[in-house]
Design a protein around this ligand. Structure first.
Ligand code: NDP
Length: 487
């Protein structure tokens, strides 16, 4: 006997009499077409998967709270930062980049670090990574870069030669390559790594003054990492090691926390600062722009359903409430399009109305219809603007201050005169002896299967960042450094 609460039904709500035996003509079959329930089950099952993300496919997510601890209201009019002590619900999704949905969590790969802040003036999505820089600075190279990290078109296998061929021909990748192969290249857990906006964004205040900003999320659990050997062993034991760790910690009440910090640059400084502040392959040294604490983020609630909440979570760098803005960073500009574009393809044009993505504040616009319009589609409200029937209208108080831009439209060589070596060298030089040894060991292992010519080309980059760095990798690969210098 069932009562209404647990009585099984079809999707149309019709009670199901038998969920164990198909409807057949006689006990041996065949099955009858009129077994609607069987047809519905099979058809729905065939459609259970949405396309996986081209990048950042494998992820883990959780809800939490953000609490403002530092006053930055002089830089931004964003309501979330209007006073110390304010809190806001968040949803975070961490991910690897290159691996597919079923891949190992402990791969050497950057980690996506995406935070959705459900603020009272709309969602703010901080779609970052656990590294402060990236491999490329021009979005025209992004798909080439990702192809080189994914599978060989002939064999369907990951291939070190493709990876190093691209990197060695793209010196702007050196800083991120150094980060990736360092001891921090594989976090021990998702709780023990930092997050960075990587991109420069902007903040603007009530007076219409703009500041450039980089966001940092420093783990309060401390940095912990895996060696390559540990990561390989764990991958053989538990593909979902990081996902499991995060879920289990939250279930046990061990809520991970991060300190949110900013580096702030007045708008005018960008014109004279020695480093292009919009170059995604560069950090702003802390001595020039010190970190300022602004808040603490805590993860304290696991999703109830992985697909609904983690797989359908859709982050977009363009979700910026008033008081926040983008920047001229070319990579950010391209991501402003590519993220929502990917969501429309992957989970449909109404993705923003899915429960995990839905803003916690009222939403009023004129988008209508489209696939899977699962809410009331704004009912009888007018679907055009201007209108005479009380439809939503814009409010000039929310206009971003104008940004002065100039220059001739051209395809500027982003490599010409760009220093790809100093900051990569700085990173190498701040490592202790053990970290340097790990970095060089990791690089030597990854470069071993690669043709000599590519090895030499890549060592040339390491050498220019720091001679000891290049010499170490050359030694590990049995290459005479003079051959590298001659090249
Ligand atoms: P600082 O000495 O002020 O900062 C060094 C930074 O490096 C710290 O944020 C530290 O993070 C981080 N770090 C330490 N060890 C590693 C490692 N093995 N892998 C990755 N990051 C590490 O110097 P600068 O600001 O002048 O930066 C020097 C170099 O540090 C940069 O070229 C860059 O490669 C790296 N870096 C700089 C960041 C920045 O925003 N300025 C951010 C992250 C890295 P923590 O404090 O958490 O230990």
């Amino acid at each position: 006997m069932t009562d209404k609460r647990n009585r099984m039904t079809t999707a149309a709500g019709v009670p199901v009499g038998d969920n164990q035996n198909s409807l057949t003509a006689g006990p041996r079959g065949p099955v009858l077409m009129q077994d609607y329930q069987l047809m519905e089950k099979m058809a729905h099952f065939n459609r259970e998967r949405v396309p996986e993300r081209v990048v950042h496919a494998k992820g883990a997510g959780a809800y939490g709270t953000f609490k403002v601890t530092g006053d930055i209201s002089r830089y931004t009019r964003a309501k979330i930062f209007s006073k110390v002590g304010k809190t806001c619900e968040i949803f975070v999704r961490f991910s690897t980049v290159a691996g597919e949905l079923g891949s190992a969590d402990t791969a050497r790969d950057p980690r996506g670090f995406a935070v959705k802040f459900y603020t009272e003036e709309g969602n703010w999505d901080m779609v970052g990574n656990n590294t402060p820089v990236f491999f490329v600075r021009d979005p025209l190279k992004f798909s080439d870069f990702i192809h080189s990290q994914k599978r060989d078109p002939r064999t369907g296998m990951r291939d070190n030669t493709m990876q190093w061929d691209f990197w060695s021909l793209s010196p702007e990748s050196l800083h991120q390559v150094t980060t990736l192969f360092s001891d921090r290249g594989i976090p021990a857990t998702l709780r023990h790594m930092n997050g960075y906006s990587s991109h420069t964004y902007s903040l603007w205040n009530e007076a219409g003054e703009r500041y450039w900003v980089k966001w940092h999320f420093k783990t309060m659990q401390g940095i912990k990492c895996l060696t390559s050997d540990e990561a390989t062993r764990i991958a053989g034991e538990d593909l979902d090691h990081h996902r499991r760790d995060l879920f289990t910690a939250i279930e046990k009440g061990e809520f991970p926390k991060w300190r949110a910090m900013v580096q702030i640059m007045p708008e005018k400084d960008a014109e004279t600062y020695a480093i292009n502040p919009f170059d995604l392959t560069k950090v702003w040294p802390h001595k020039d722009y010190p970190l300022i604490e602004v808040g603490v983020m805590e993860l304290n609630r696991n999703p109830e359903n992985y697909f609904a909440e983690v797989e359908q979570a859709a982050f977009e760098p363009g979700n910026l409430p008033p008081g926040m803005g983008a920047s001229p960073d070319k990579m950010l500009q391209a991501r402003l399009l590519s993220y929502p574009d990917a969501h429309r393809y992957r989970i449909g044009v109404n993705y923003a109305a899915l429960p995990v993505n839905k803003p916690r504040c009222p939403v009023h616009h004129y988008h209508r219809d489209g696939q899977t319009r699962f809410d009331g589609n704004f009912g009888r409200a007018p679907n055009y603007q201007p209108n005479s029937f009380g439809g939503p209208v814009e409010d000039a108080r929310y206009k971003e201050p104008p940004l002065k831009i100039s220059g001739d439209a051209d395809r500027y060589d982003h490599r010409a005169g760009n220093d790809d070596y100093t900051q990569a060298g700085n990173l190498y030089r701040l490592m202790n002896a053990d970290q340097k040894a790990q970095l060089i060991g990791n690089l030597v292992d990854a470069l071993k299967p690669v043709p000599r010519e590519i090895q030499v080309r890549q060592i040339h980059h390491f050498y220019q960042a720091d001679p000891a760095y290049g010499e170490g990798v050359a030694r590990g690969l049995g290459i005479d450094i003079n051959r590298v210098k001659a090249a």
